[in-house]
Design a protein around this ligand. Structure first.
Ligand code: NDP
Length: 243
């Protein structure tokens, strides 16, 4: 199996679900990153030092400082924007405040603050081409945000969630174009329909995919990303999805 060979990785929303499993599998890899920043809103205990609430800019800035001080001059190789909230609302029940709140978490998140650390990593000695081991932003998206597919509107009435993920996809696409010259890869990944708190919300029924299986696939896909696949939208099996 191909492995992600990044020296440093930061995962948002890593206290449960897909984020937690990403951290577990990265740490258990035969070639684990030297630094894994498993961030979450409310870290507790002596080892839980990096807090990132993705709707709180001072919290993100604090995390950037903490990460920078650990990594010294080497910068951050891989940022996985995994934290997300789902929101169910039909055309009739949707509420503008809820739309904005979901947008703040799923789209704005850590969009800007970590870029200087990623740029630093991209400039590291001997690094060429685009890859997750050099410098990359991976946004965890969903098929439900694909405008091209526009899947099951009546079965998955999630206007706030779906609109926010479509917006996140556009951000990913724009970032990929803008950051390519700086040596930073960007891609969106759909993890499948996964048995997590979010994936098993009652309204949707029973998710088929175990989180271990999804994350194994995601990490294999991340390891394979290159110049040719930056700016793409892939699922956990590496299949290309329409934006
Ligand atoms: P969970 O609901 O299990 O976990 C969501 C994570 O996001 C939690 O760690 C949560 O932290 C965190 N989070 C939410 N808001 C914030 C915030 N403001 N700041 C920091 N962390 C936050 O969901 P999954 O693990 O299933 O989802 C992970 C990602 O995968 C999401 O982006 C989701 O949209 C995407 N996805 C999931 C699918 C599935 O089937 N499960 C399908 C398609 C996409 P806290 O505990 O503090 O709330």
């Amino acid at each position: 199996m191909m492995a992600v060979l990044a020296r440093s990785v930061l995962v948002t929303g890593s206290n449960r679900g897909i984020g937690l499993e990403l951290v577990r599998q990265l740490a258990a890899s035969p070639w684990p990153p030297h630094h894994i920043f498993a961030t979450c809103r409310h870290p507790e205990g002596p080892r839980g030092k990096v807090s990132v609430d993705t709707v709180n800019v001072p919290s993100i800035q604090g995390a950037v400082r903490a990460v920078d001080s650990h990594l010294k001059d080497q910068g951050l190789n891989l940022l996985i924007n995994n934290a997300g909230v789902s929101s169910h609302a039909t055309l009739h029940s949707l509420d503008s405040q809820e739309m904005l709140s979901v947008f703040a978490t799923n789209v704005v998140g850590t969009l800007q603050e970590f870029l200087p650390l990623l740029e630093k990593a991209a400039k590291g000695a001997g690094k060429e081409g685009l890859s997750c081991s050099r410098a990359a932003v991976i946004n965890v998206s969903t098929k439900l945000g694909s405008i091209g597919l526009c899947l099951g509107v009546l079965q998955a009435p999630m206007y706030p969630y779906r609109a926010s993920k479509a917006a996140q996809n556009m951000v990913t696409r724009c970032l990929a174009v803008e950051l390519q010259e700086k040596g930073i890869l960007c891609a969106a990944i759909h993890p499948g329909w996964v048995k997590t708190d979010m994936g098993t919300e009652e309204v949707l029924g029973c998710a088929p995919l175990m989180v271990e299986h999804s994350v194994r696939g995601i990490l294999t896909v991340l390891a394979s990303l290159s110049q040719d696949t930056s700016g793409t939208f892939l699922d956990w099996e590496g299949n290309s999805l329409p934006w």
